[in-house]
Design a protein around this ligand. Structure first.
Ligand code: TEU
Length: 551
């Protein structure tokens, strides 16, 4: 609940994203499921997380692993039942953990009854719930717009003699938000889930819902904020829910339109400028640029500044669409140390941190080398397209090994037993390299393990107001090895510094970072920051809390 000081429960909470298909399989069909998640709640409670963002568990043909929903009010049979879901909510609640649902309402599955009705007749009320255009004058699609996962964005529907717009794939038909009846139906569905006791919504590609297809304005279209405000009035207002909007288009100029205190829209947005910064301008994610720490810090610092006094940051480095953070921003050679250093700099910023499953044990990219190891429709769709355009399979596979979404979708590694303890059957996708050493059981047996480090960072946010509210100030911004910042609140300062490189380094500390006090994080032993100079081992991280230095 909002208190007099404006504090909300999620200000001190850490989120944890579960990708259900790959988390824990309770029935041996090779696919994770809802009872599997319930069975692992003690691991999450021990980490100290406050809520789970649950990637879609709704009924779905699973073309995009559940981001193609065919029934918004049911659970996919391979994931369980509504009873299983209610049990998950209750068991999580008993451990102080909320369940945040993934709300995928930019599009639904082409198998959804709404679309079946819509495609059967132009006179069906549901026809207007989708985006239709007539064929081009000579026949064929109305124009050359492309779908994100490959092919034309236009799906030919012979029954009505029209094309239907699909932003992502022909299995994912875009909903027409300009239809009031559709919006009412969505709000009703949201209230139905709220009634089941969920803690909030993560809203899939929400910045697309106000799109203008003819003008080719997809992100942040003219009607976006009007719809978000209506949704807030209809569903969210007066309820203690957490809302996070996913937006690949949000910029520092537009962020507060979504999450400004008085906007009546969302609590926070997942922004992607730190991710996009690392993509090639022409070839995108398949030709990622090497990690550039200085550029990365600039983006992160800018966001801390933009949302310093209003709005709120959603802090993350990885999710089910992105590579593993150790592989992308850290070092597989210094796997544990880089996992801990990255977690330190991210979790001690201002905002709500999100841990993606497996991150807390330092999981790495999959290490796939053949196209038949991949399952993701984006990877497979782009493979076909690029091979047809003359890209060599080897070149594509190199990019995929670094950026395919399947890198983060391999089974969660629980122990060194068969299939890493994920399933007693055949996993739907292969395990990532290294699982016999990289797993929850092995990590928990190590007092210097990654889990123990995450547990500490998550606890710090709950215990120390400076981690929640402290003012952020970056230092050493041009240094290509080190990330350093302070948080300050009242007369206290928290100095955070990490070497994010494989080489040791010696740095001269600017005066405000010369804090002497309690070492809250010291991955390689306690160091004295007050001396003004510090030598850091590869991926060493420190956080020291002390009084503000006398000026
Ligand atoms: O992702 C939004 C999105 O734009 C991604 O397709 C992104 O461009 C891509 O993953 C980059 O590689 C959301 C979901 O997180 C994703 O899993 C879904 O596939 C997508 O929406 C469609 O629902």
């Amino acid at each position: 609940m909002q208190t007099a000081t404006g504090a909300r429960w999620w200000h001190t909470a850490t989120g944890y994203q579960v990708y259900p298909r790959s988390f824990a399989d309770s029935d041996g069909d090779g696919m994770g499921d809802v009872p599997g998640i319930t069975g692992k709640l003690d691991h999450l409670a021990d980490l100290g997380i406050g809520f789970i963002w649950l990637s879609p568990v709704y009924a779905s043909p699973m073309a995009d692993n559940g981001y193609d929903i065919s029934d918004y009010r049911d659970i996919a049979p391979e994931f369980g039942t509504l009873d299983d879901f209610d049990r998950l909510v209750a068991q999580a609640h008993a451990r102080g953990i909320g369940i945040v649902m993934d709300l995928v309402v930019n599009h639904c599955s082409a198998a959804h009854p709404w679309f079946r009705a819509a495609r059967a007749s132009r006179d069906a009320p549901e026809h207007d719930w989708f985006i239709w255009r007539d064929p081009a004058p000579g026949g064929g699609p109305p124009d050359d717009q492309r779908a994100c996962f490959g092919g034309s964005a236009w799906l030919w529907v012979p029954e009505v003699g029209r094309y239907c717009y699909c932003h992502f794939s022909p299995e994912q038909v875009d909903l027409n938000w300009d239809t009031p009846a559709l919006r009412a139906e969505i709000y009703d569905m949201m209230r139905w889930w709220v009634g089941r006791g969920i803690a909030g919504f993560r809203m899939d590609v929400i910045s697309l819902i106000g799109k203008d297809v003819d003008a080719r304005i997809y992100e942040e279209g003219p009607r976006l904020h009007a719809y978000l405000q209506e949704m807030h009035r209809e569903v969210l207002a007066g309820r203690d829910l957490l809302t996070i909007g996913e937006s690949w288009g949000v910029s520092r100029d537009t962020a507060l339109l979504y999450c400004g205190r008085d906007r009546g829209e969302l609590d926070m947005v997942f922004q992607f400028t730190h991710i996009l910064e690392g993509w090639d301008e022409v070839l995108g994610k398949w030709r990622p640029r090497p990690f550039d720490l200085v550029a990365f810090k600039r983006v992160m610092d800018d966001w801390q500044e933009t949302l310093a006094d209003d709005g709120w940051n959603a802090l993350f480095l990885s999710n089910h669409d992105l590579p593993r953070q150790v592989s992308r921003y850290g070092s597989e050679r210094y796997r544990k140390d880089s996992a801990k250093a990255l977690a330190t700099v991210l979790h001690l910023m201002k905002g709500t941190p999100f841990v993606y499953q497996g991150e807390e044990i330092g999981m790495t990219n999959a290490g796939f080398t053949r196209i038949d190891q991949y399952r993701d429709l984006e990877t497979l769709g782009h493979y076909s397209e690029q091979i047809a355009e003359g890209v060599s399979p080897g070149a594509f596979l190199e990019g995929a090994a670094r950026f395919s979404r399947d890198n983060s979708r391999t089974p969660m590694q629980w122990n060194a037993g068969e299939n890493a303890g994920f399933t007693s059957g055949t996993p739907w996708i292969g395990l990532a390299q290294g699982w016999p050493e990289v797993n929850v059981a092995a990590d928990r047996a190590d007092p210097g393990g990654v889990v123990a480090h995450y547990r500490r960072l998550i606890a710090m946010r709950k215990e120390l107001p400076i981690v929640v509210h402290g003012r952020y100030r970056p230092f050493l911004r041009g240094n290509a090895q080190v990330m350093a910042y302070t948080r300050s609140l009242g007369a206290e300062v928290l100095a955070v510094i990490a070497n994010l490189s494989e080489e040791p380094c010696m740095v001269e500390l600017p005066a405000p970072m010369r804090v002497s006090g309690e070492a809250l994080v010291a991955t390689h032993g306690v160091r004295d920051l007050s001396a003004g100079e510090v030598t850091l081992a590869p991926y060493e991280a420190l956080a020291v809390l002390g009084p503000e230095a006398a000026r």
